[in-house]
Ligand binder design. Structure first.
Ligand code: HEC
Length: 109
């Protein structure tokens, strides 16, 4: 849920910007800046993270699944534990939602 209202005088960056920053810090090292699975650490990973821009994968993936794997890591959804959890984002739902939007934004036509 995105709260659209701007709080007067509040200089905090908007949730989408926060999410992009969180992605760059926490996810891009493995998933790559555009989600292609080509981050600097990706070649050391087994399994290697998939190409998140794949439209077929995007179409068959629910937002709820994305939120779950981001929060709980691979273990939470029966995938590899090489995908770490981010349990702190349970208290920052706007960032969690924003990360889902970042991933959706990687979709190729
Ligand atoms: C240490 C490397 C690493 C980091 C950091 C990381 N991931 Fe992952 N991620 C993986 C790996 C490896 C997989 C593949 C797991 C599998 O296929 O079993 C994965 C899987 C995923 C998937 C599921 C893809 C699928 O096949 O269903 C999503 C979505 C995802 N990561 C998003 C993120 C986001 C968002 C972040 C940052 C908050 C993040 N990851 C951080 C390594 C990482």
């Amino acid at each position: 849920m995105v709260v659209m209202g701007m709080l007067g005088g509040c200089s905090r960056p908007s949730a989408p910007e926060d999410a992009r920053t969180v992605y760059d810090l926490r996810c891009a090292p493995c998933h790559g800046a555009s989600g292609r699975g080509d981050g600097p650490a990706a070649s050391h990973l087994l399994p290697t993270p998939r190409d998140l821009s794949d439209p077929d994968w995007q179409d068959h993936t629910e937002d709820a699944y994305l939120r779950k794997i981001i929060l709980n890591g691979g273990l939470g959804v029966g995938r590899s534990t090489r995908m770490p959890g981010n349990p702190d984002l349970a208290e920052r739902p706007e960032v969690l939602h924003g990360l889902v939007q970042v991933i959706r934004g990687f979709r190729r036509p």
